[in-house]
Write a protein that binds this ligand. Sequence first.
Ligand code: R5P
Length: 281
Amino acid sequence: MRKLITPYAADFGKPNIVIKHFPDTESYVQILRINSLKNEKVIIYHRLYPEPEKRLFELLLILSQVKKETKKIELFVPYLPYARQDKSHRDGEVISADVLCKMLKSYGVKKLITYDCHFLPRPGNFKRCELPIENKSAGKQLLAHAKKYFGKKEFLVISPDQGSSYFVENAQGYALHKKRSRINKHDIKTEVCMVECGICVKDKNICMLDDIIATGGTIIRAMEHLKEKGAKKIIVGATHGVFCGEKIAEKILKGHCDELFITNAILNQNNSIKILKLSEK
Ligand code: R5P
């Protein structure tokens, strides 16, 4: 399998795709030694976040050229953006997850490999809009870090909602329920309201695991809930540190969180967060 690596995935190997930007910010792409790819199996390593629209367009530029040489193309992107709108709740709402999958398929991607994809229920092999997807999970890695952190001390593993409940299954963990209450026609306020199975968290150490931290709202509300119920120490791990907004990681750490750890699925440079390196594709 031949590796094609963009500069945004340089931590997975030496880039052999050049991406530059013209003065007007448009992207320039050159795939080095492209002739050597004739009919070869190829895997493209890329990141689609931050600046997802720009990274996506650059990916289309890459694919448009690579598919002229070979039809055997796999794509590895550790975090898949546009995956969160995976259902239509109102008339006219676009399902961006479907658009993305169709686009990748039509540009020649035979298999997408990603981590803890928001619209997939667990790790494994799936298809969406005919696009084969291998969904890997950083769950075990996050849990191993929590074990190291707590050492001989016991702890409970909890996910803040049902969407990430598979993270805690192998650790006999628990999932909170996230109750959604609409505050007006346009906005949806979400809040965590109960702990499944009536589990007692009083005086317990907690490791909370989620797939994504975006605004931080889910994690912060879940921590408040657990603290109200008497939880002792809480640490928080997530695969994807999207952190959209001002000082989200700081807000989480200033709350009830003793340690915040994420993976390098999205590159973050924040000394107060522990970053775990994803194992090679
Ligand atoms: C939801 O289903 C996910 O598992 C995350 O809990 C959610 O995306 C986190 O978003 P936020 O940080 O904005 O609350």
